[in-house]
Design a protein around this ligand. Structure first.
Ligand code: KG4
Ligand code: ZN
Length: 324
């Protein structure tokens, strides 16, 4: 089954083509990161306008990279939420128009579920039940996936998302946008043991909180308690410690058979390494290019979502759409 996946929930205009939810034929991403870097974060109005300009060229590029014609496709999958409404609308309306014009079923995909299914693109697949940590610019959720489409929310952030914390910390440290890769690079330059920054454990809760850490980074930078590289490393250590500790605890409590890391922050090297070292179950993390937003993960998820039925052309965006 050949599925074209469209993703426009934030600032990447992305289209992928995937066979049977696992074999990647094309993955084209037009990133707006340089546009938003000027503002230090994603500006929703600017994002929707750029999606409009990039959308059809990216669809064409993906079909050409996959070497297939519209007639070869079996379905069109699209991110319906959660995300920025104006951005989601561009992808959703494009998907509706293509599904109508090419007479293909339309599948609505939850963006977070898409991130999870980036781990299905490859030869081997994670086993259920799985503990899934989705950490991106907009989300930090810990989920128990019992099987395809059956999710239980274990915990989520009470304030900033993990990626948002990286972006904000990078901004106060003057490291630019997006903050995750910038902090990771800068932290590698640290020469002495980094300062220990606060971790919000919230008792035994599986929820996260990163706003106190963000404040601590701001204070450390103002008071110049250490060079920027050391503060960046201290920040990264604190985020990784909290994410990994809570994930490992959830694995032990649920006897999950695998741990799935996904979302933009899953690209973080120290996070991948610490989780692999400390997890009692096998850890899955997508290749770096499939961690951040892309259309292939939406096409992969679409393969499984199609089992529960196609959407109608009255499908609307769901800016806030919980996965569980
Ligand atoms: O999944 P994604 O592309 O978009 C959302 O759905 O939000 O995630 C983007 C987020 C940004 O906050 C970015 O700073 C973070 O992922 N990120 C990273 C790394 N690469 C991207 N965070 C930490 N380390 C990285 N290497
Ligand atoms: Zn995302």
């Amino acid at each position: 089954m050949l599925i074209l996946g469209i993703e426009t929930s934030c600032d990447e205009t992305a289209v992928g083509v995937v066979v049977d939810g696992r074999r990647l034929l094309a993955n084209v991403v037009a990133s707006q990161a340089p546009v938003h870097a000027r503002y230090g974060g994603v500006v929703p109005e600017v994002a929707s306008r750029h999606h409009l300009e990039a959308m059809l060229p990216v669809v064409r590029a993906a079909l050409s990279e996959a070497g297939c014609r519209p007639a070869d496709l079996d379905a069109i999958a699209v991110t319906a939420g959660p995300g920025l409404s104006g951005s989601l609308l561009v992808g959703l309306n494009t998907a509706k128009a293509l599904a109508f014009a090419w007479t293909k079923p339309l599948v609505a995909v939850n963006h977070l579920e898409g991130h999870m299914y980036a781990n299905w693109l490859g030869e081997d697949r994670p086993a259920f039940p799985a503990v899934v940590l989705i950490v991106s610019g907009g989300h930090s959720e810990l989920i128990l996936a019992e099987e395809h489409g059956v999710y239980r929310l274990l915990g989520r952030t009470r304030d900033d998302a993990a990626g948002e914390a990286f972006d904000k910390a990078a901004r106060v440290l003057g490291l630019g946008f997006p903050g995750g890769p910038a902090i990771e690079r800068e932290a590698r330059l640290a020469r002495v043991k980094p300062p220990r920054l606060p971790r919000a454990w919230l008792g035994q809760s599986s929820d996260f909180s990163f706003s106190g850490l963000k404040t601590a980074v701001g204070r450390a930078a103002r008071e110049a308690v250490a060079p920027v590289a050391e503060i960046a490393a201290g920040f990264q250590e604190a985020v990784v410690d909290v994410l990994v500790t809570k994930t490992v605890r959830a694995v032990k409590a649920s006897s999950a058979r695998s741990v799935i890391l996904s979302g933009g922050v899953a690209a973080n090297g120290p996070l991948r390494q610490a989780l692999a070292e400390r997890s009692p179950a096998p850890v899955w993390a997508p290749p770096l290019a499939l961690c951040t937003d892309n259309g292939a993960m939406i096409a992969a998820a679409g393969f499984y979502c199609l089992e529960s039925g196609a959407a109608g052309l009255d499908l609307d965006v769901r800016a806030a759409w919980p996965i569980a």
